[in-house]
Structures are given as C-alpha cells and as structure tokens.
Write a protein that binds this ligand. Sequence first.
Ligand SMILES: Cc1cc2nc3c(=O)[nH]c(=O)nc-3n(C[C@H](O)[C@H](O)[C@H](O)COP(=O)(O)O)c2cc1C
Length: 205
Amino acid sequence: MSLAEISLRQALLQRRTVRDFSNAAVPLQALQRLLWAAQGITGPDGNRTAPSAHAMHPLRLYVQAARVAGLDQGLYEIGVNDQSLRLLHGSDLRPALAAAAIDEQPWIGQAACIIVICADMVKPAQAFADQRPFGRRGVRYVYLEAGAAAQNLQLQAVAEGLGCVGVGGFNDEATADVLGLGIPLEPVMQLCIGYPAVSDPVVAD
Ligand SMILES: Cc1cc2nc3c(=O)[nH]c(=O)nc-3n(C[C@H](O)[C@H](O)[C@H](O)COP(=O)(O)O)c2cc1C
C-alpha cells in the first residue's frame, strides 16, 4: 500500500507538527496534491475540497519552492481555477519569511517548500458587514476557511510521508511585503513542508 492510500483515520492519527526537515526534494506531483487538497475544485459549480461561506472562495495560495524536484526555485502564484503554478520571480524568499516571523522559527528557512494561504479580506468583510458582529463576521469566516484548507493540506502531507508545520506567528505587514501582496490580499498561514529529518523519504507514487 502506498502512503497516498492510507485511510483518513490513519492520517488523522499520524498528523503531527514536524519542524525538522531533511534535505530531500519534494516531488512536484506531491506538491500539486497538497495544493489540490487545500483548494482543489471538486464540482461543476467551482466548489472545492474545503467549504466556503456563500461559496465566496476568498483564499489564494502562493508557493515558495526551494527543493521541489521538477520545479525551479522561486515564488509562484497558484491559479484559482486550474491550480497552475505561475512564477512571479526566482528568488529564495525563505530567509525573508523567517525574518518576518514572530520569534526564531528556523524551520521556515529549512523547508523544501512553503505554501502560503492568503485571502481576500475585503470581499467577505463587505459581504457580511450587515451581520453581527459587524465588520468581524466576514474576517472570522476567512480564518475558518483557511483552517479547513490547512487541515486538508496537512492530512494530505501525512499521506505523502511529508512533514509540515503550520506557521501563524508572523508579522502580517512584513510578510505581505515579502510576498508582494497588496490590498485586498493578506497572508493568513504558512505551511512549511519537507520530508522529516528523522526518517528516509518515502515517495508516494
Ligand atoms: C493557528 C495556528 C498557528 C500556529 N503557529 C505556529 C507557529 O507560528 N510556529 C510553529 O512552530 N507552530 C505553529 N503552530 C503549530 C502548533 O504549535 C502545533 O499544532 C501544536 O504545538 C500542537 O502540536 P501538533 O500539531 O503536533 O498536534 C500553529 C498551529 C496553529 C493551529
């Protein structure tokens, strides 16, 4: 049985935050499966693997690739409808992302790749502005949706034999600057990914 075929219960049992990564590269296909788990389109109406209030789908994904076999180093924007990887520039932004973190978080600089969940914060805030708590409900929904996407991704990481740490502790403005985000986009969570240092990589087929 390949690791990609483990049961949901097994994935839930095995999910653990991993902060120590090996130098092994992550296959591009595994990265694409992680992206699909987070926000893949699963219905003709455009709905996704993660639910979304009013099907507004405010989440946007970015990838900093460092050691991804089959993908050049760089920052990529993920296509909303086709999950394509569009290269924004070829830099290694991990040191800058680590510098923008709250406290020392060396795993940001050591991850094979980082998937950053960002979100359009303005549209949901406006859409739910007339519901109490005024101005906050839309933002709350974005965080709930980001949590669902992050959990999907982390369970897929288990199935791939990959380690992952979700980093929410960062300076929002500094991180947005590193990624080149502008209004209405804000970073919500970083998923730092790599094969765990303690075990040999097992590549799912
Ligand atoms: C919203 C959120 C933010 C988090 N932020 C960080 C972080 O900034 N740095 C970090 O190393 N871990 C972070 N974590 C991971 C937690 O520390 C971790 O989930 C917790 O210690 C429990 O361990 P487990 O995931 O292995 O069950 C975060 C987790 C969540 C849910």
